[in-house]
Ligand binder design. Structure first.
Ligand code: URA
Length: 236
C-alpha cells in the first residue's frame, strides 16, 4: 500500500509539473501572448532569478558535495535547447555543462549540423554533480524537475533535445527506453511552454558504444531538418 502511495504521489507531482495545462479550468483562457512583449533582458533577469533559487536550495546532498553550481552554457535566445544528465568532474570544477570529454564530442556533433555553443542553449537535469559520476537518483531528478521546467519556460525553445535516458525520462516519462524513444519527434507541453522534443543518445554513451553513432547522426539530421521546416535561422 505504502509503495502504491509513493508511486501515486510521484506521478501526481510529475503531471503537475509537466501536464498541468491538461487540467480543466472553468476560467476563460487568456490568449494574449505575453512572450511577444518579453525582451532579452527579461529573459536574462528570469534566468538570474532561477539561478538564485537553485543556489538557495536547502538540504540537497548533491549540492553539499559539489564544488560549483552548473547552470547552463550557450545562447539564451537560441531556439534550440539541449538537456544532458548532470555535471561530471570537469563541469563541477568549471561550473559549466559539457566541458569534459563528452562535451568535446557534443561540440563535434553540433558542428556536424552547423551548430555550436553560441547557437544553442545547454543545461542538465540536475545542476550539481552527483558524487562518483553516478546517475542522479529518482528523488534527485524529481527535486530538480521544477527548476528544469522553469528553465524551459524561460528559454522557450522551439526544439528541445534530450540527451540520454535521464533527460528522456525526466521530461517524457520514466517508462521510456532511450534506444526505442530516440529519433522521434514529440510535441510536448512542458509547464506553460509547448515545444518539439527529440531524444538522442548521450555523448558519454556514444564514447562507450561508438557503433551507435550512426543512430545519433540520423537524429542530428532530423534536428537540422526541423530547423529548416520551422524556418529557424540559426545565426540568432
Ligand atoms: N554529461 C552531462 O550529462 N552533462 C554534463 O554537463 C557533462 C557530462
Amino acid at each position: 500500500m505504502k509503495k502504491i502511495n509513493t508511486k501515486l504521489i510521484k506521478l501526481i507531482k510529475y503531471y503537475t509539473l509537466i501536464n498541468h495545462n491538461l487540467i480543466f479550468d472553468k476560467n476563460a483562457i487568456n490568449r494574449y501572448d505575453k512572450t511577444l512583449n518579453e525582451t532579452n533582458s527579461d529573459k536574462i533577469s528570469n534566468l538570474d532569478t532561477l539561478k538564485k533559487s537553485i543556489l538557495n536550495l536547502k538540504n540537497c546532498n548533491l549540492k553539499k558535495k559539489a564544488k560549483n553550481l552548473v547552470f547552463s552554457d550557450g545562447n539564451p535566445s537560441s531556439k534550440v535547447m539541449i538537456v544532458g544528465e548532470g555535471p561530471g568532474a570537469n563541469e563541477d570544477i568549471e561550473g559549466l555543462p559539457f566541458v569534459g570529454r563528452a562535451g568535446q564530442l557534443l561540440d563535434k556533433m553540433l558542428q556536424a549540423i552547423n551548430l555550436d555553443r553560441t547557437k544553442v542553449y545547454i543545461t542538465n537535469v540536475v545542476n550539481y554533480r552527483p558524487p562518483e559520476n553516478r546517475k542522479p537518483s529518482e528523488e534527485e531528478i524529481l527535486r530538480y524537475l521544477p527548476f528544469l521546467v522553469k528553465h524551459i519556460e524561460i528559454i522557450k525553445p522551439k526544439i528541445l533535445v534530450l540527451l540520454g535516458s535521464t533527460a528522456l525520462n525526466s521530461i517524457l516519462g520514466s517508462e521510456k527506453v532511450i534506444s526505442k524513444a530516440r529519433g522521434i519527434w514529440v510535441t510536448k507541453q512542458i509547464g506553460s511552454w509547448k515545444t518539439n522534443v527529440i531524444a538522442s543518445f548521450h555523448p558519454a554513451y556514444l564514447m562507450r558504444q561508438p557503433d551507435q553513432k550512426k543512430h545519433s547522426w540520423v537524429d542530428l539530421k532530423m534536428i537540422k531538418k526541423k530547423l529548416e521546416d520551422l524556418n529557424i535561422k540559426i545565426d540568432n
